[in-house]
Design a protein around this ligand. Structure first.
Ligand SMILES: Nc1ncnc2c1ncn2[C@@H]1O[C@H](COP(=O)(O)OP(=O)(O)OP(=O)(O)O)[C@@H](O)[C@H]1O
Length: 307
């Protein structure tokens, strides 16, 4: 549905580009996760897709049209649910929805129908008459989402929709996002939370410093990581063995007597076990396999998602 072709963007006051020749394809009806640490360029990218800022280089095509032609033909088809709360705290939930439905140019009948539908979908019935500024963090996020749904968008852009919410609302929001995808909407979703992205997204892209480091299905991106061996031993690793392993692997300490070796192809396991036996060490726990998304991310960026 969306083809992002070599999009670059540099803010006026910035010395480096926020986006540097980003190319991505997002299929119709898919749930696409954009992962990256602070400052990676996620918000800039979805602001470009939403048409809030104009691309300086490259182009975005939606349903085979240029973004501006698509937006002109279907002004409400792309909705952005921003990171910040985008409603009036002094208005009630219902008044906010009525106001934003009006902004979207819906007629009276549509305003009523779409507001009721958004309240129902976000399960805001019990707080419909409450001031938005008095809602809990989770309910505010749900109101943000409800406002984004008023125009019945085909493409929904969600910028960190679960930041600062309680576990129950987080669960609700993730289920709701999945339901939107199941109803045929295309959803692009940015997050710091690996577990969320692993749980709900069909495809993901890891971005950092404005570049795509990996993209594809979860299995494809995980496949780009290295195999690793996590070991918990009955005592400290002796220096000679550490030196020997460091010649073939990256060895990191993970806590008392726990270490992680990467890369460790399956064929290297028998020798590692022989090394342990030769030094009189007993593995208390041993876990060999693929890295998870967090580890792949660290491997690709050399930093944690929450730096
Ligand atoms: N209005 C602006 N003017 C100048 N530089 C900006 C502006 N907005 C963002 N940037 C810079 O552009 C880069 C990308 O920022 P962006 O907000 O897109 O990242 P992000 O991945 O969404 O980060 P976060 O998770 O913190 O929201 C950063 O280096 C940021 O400092």
């Amino acid at each position: 549905m969306i083809a992002i072709e070599r999009i670059s963007h540099r803010y006026r006051s910035a010395s480096t580009a926020a986006l540097d020749a980003i190319t991505l394809d997002v299929g119709r009806g898919s749930l696409f996760g954009l992962l990256g640490p602070n400052g990676a360029g996620k918000t800039t990218l979805i602001s470009l897709i939403a048409g809030l800022i104009a691309p300086q280089q490259g182009q975005i095509r939606v349903s085979a049209q240029t973004l501006s032609d698509f937006r002109r033909a279907r002004p409400n088809a792309i909705a952005l649910v921003p990171q910040d709360y985008a409603f009036y705290p002094m208005l009630t939930v219902t008044e906010n929805l009525a106001f934003f439905a009006g902004v979207q140019g819906l007629d009276r009948h549509q305003q009523k129908a779409r507001s009721s539908e958004a309240i129902r979908f976000a399960r805001l019935e019990s707080v419909a008459r409450q001031l938005a500024g008095e809602l809990s963090g989770g309910l505010r996020r749900r109101l943000n989402l409800a406002i984004g749904l008023l125009g019945d968008p085909a493409l929904l852009l969600l910028d960190e929709p679960t930041v600062g919410v309680d576990p129950q609302s987080r669960h609700f929001l993730l289920d709701a996002i999945r339901d939107l995808r199941d109803a045929g909407k295309t959803v692009i979703y940015t997050s710091h939370y690996m577990d969320e992205v692993e749980a709900i997204c069909d495809r993901i892209a890891i971005i950092d410093h404005g570049r795509v480091l990996a993209s594809g299905t979860l299995a494809e991106v995980l496949g780009a990581g290295e195999s690793q061996l996590l070991l918990r031993l009955d005592r400290d690793l002796p220096q000679p063995l550490l030196k020997r392993w460091e010649a073939a692997h990256t060895v990191t300490t993970q806590g008392a007597n726990s270490i992680c070796l990467t890369p460790v192809p399956a064929a290297a396991l028998p020798q590692i076990l022989r090394d342990l036996a030769a030094h009189g060490l007993t593995p208390l726990a041993l876990n060999h396999g693929q890295q998870n998304l967090e580890q792949v991310f660290m491997h690709l960026t050399r930093r944690s998602l929450r730096d």
